[in-house]
Ligand binder design. Structure first.
Ligand code: SF4
Length: 358
């Protein structure tokens, strides 16, 4: 068996165990929530900090970012926003690789996260030593990695991509006659390969949230709502992607929802996106794509267990105590910065990442 076949299997047990041990958010009364919100707002001002939240964290954190002049978006936009903001401290509500990406682009700033235990199955499933060995087997190929990876894996890459720009970057590499080693998300990799015909050797990682979307139940839902548009994130299984009216990143799904003439949208991504989606298309019916039939478990609730670890309480405590700071080795950071800047520059030239996005 190749490394690509064996490593993810070994890691899956570890990932399952982490998910099973995720601590649920503390339950707060409305009065307690308001109290935390007031205190966090005061601390953000006092510490010259800005709150940057991912689409998948809880609604109250997304709302707080909006109310305080912060930002809600996908991981790359979050990092870009932080780099361009005048605040000296970036409070990143999301998962660890997002804090690291912010630190890569803003080494002079303090980057704080509500919890450092918020991981990502793609990042966990792609450890640097094994991935590097895997890449070493194909020295004639460009190493292209998804943004959902550790700073060390980014430093090993020639290119970093997001789900917004992956197809264009792979097409650019194909035009240069390049073959690809791809990691870590196998579904996104397969989607890109199908779209471009690129020669890609794949690491076999997956997102534990998107991997759970189910074809059979989706078909049932589509039969019930025949006029609905189906919007799917490309980390989902190939069979689910095949049913989509639109496939794209979180940000692109929101844009597609706005453009759609359908009154009903079936959406296959983390349900955290519904907060923004409801703001953007308040008159449409939004239906989460099914993650299971009658046998659904708490692991298949279309919400990332690590994103859910970000709460008002740990956000307040981290900001108050200035703990949970992201530290990145400077040599590794500089190596990771190269493919990251390459991607940003390419995306800006192609109009994929605009200044207004950041
Ligand atoms: S939703 Fe999936 S890809 Fe996103 S952070 Fe969670 S595990 Fe990672």
């Amino acid at each position: 068996m190749s490394l690509a076949e064996t490593i993810p299997l070994k890691l899956q047990a570890g990932i399952d165990s982490i998910i099973d041990n995720v601590i649920p958010s503390p339950w707060l009364t409305e009065a307690e929530k308001s109290d935390y919100i007031v205190k966090i707002k005061a601390l953000l001002k006092e510490k010259n900090a800005v709150l940057i939240a991912h689409y998948y964290v809880d609604d109250e954190l997304q709302s707080l970012a909006e109310q305080t002049g912060g930002y809600v978006s996908d991981s790359l936009d979050m990092a870009n926003f932080g780099a361009q903001h005048s605040a000296s401290t970036l409070v990143v509500a999301g998962v660890r690789f997002m804090g690291e990406t912010s630190k890569i682009l803003s080494p002079e700033k303090t980057v704080i996260m509500p919890t450092l235990d918020a991981e990502c199955s793609l990042d966990l499933g792609c450890p640097i030593d094994e991935f590097s060995q895997f890449c070493d087997q194909y020295p004639d190929r460009e190493v292209v990695v998804y943004a959902n990876t550790s700073v060390e894996v980014k430093a090993r890459a020639d290119w970093i991509v997001t789900s917004s720009n992956a197809i264009q970057i792979i097409q650019h590499l194909m035009a240069e006659g390049k073959k690809i080693v791809w990691g870590p998300d196998r579904h996104l990799g397969q989607y890109i390969k199908n779209k471009t015909g690129a020669d890609m050797i794949m690491w076999q990682g997956n997102c534990v949230v998107h991997d759970e979307f189910k074809l059979y139940e989706l078909e049932e839902l589509m039969a019930k709502y025949p006029d609905a548009d189906v919007l799917v994130h490309p980390e989902s299984p190939e069979s689910v992607i095949a049913k989509a009216d639109f496939v794209g990143s979180t940000k692109q799904i929101i844009a597609a929802g706005k453009k759609s003439s359908a009154d009903t949208l079936i959406i296959a991504t983390d349900h955290g996106l519904f907060y923004k989606m409801s703001q953007e298309v308040p008159n449409k019916r939004l239906i989460p794509a099914p993650t299971g039939g009658k046998s659904a478990t708490c692991k298949s609730c279309a919400h990332c267990p690590w994103m859910a670890m970000n709460t008002l309480v740990n956000l307040y405590e981290a900001l108050r105590d200035e703990t949970n700071t992201i530290e990145v080795d400077e040599v590794v950071r500089q190596k990771a910065l190269l493919p990251l800047e390459r991607m940003i520059s390419f995306s800006q030239q192609q109009g994929i990442l605009t200044a207004g996005d950041a």
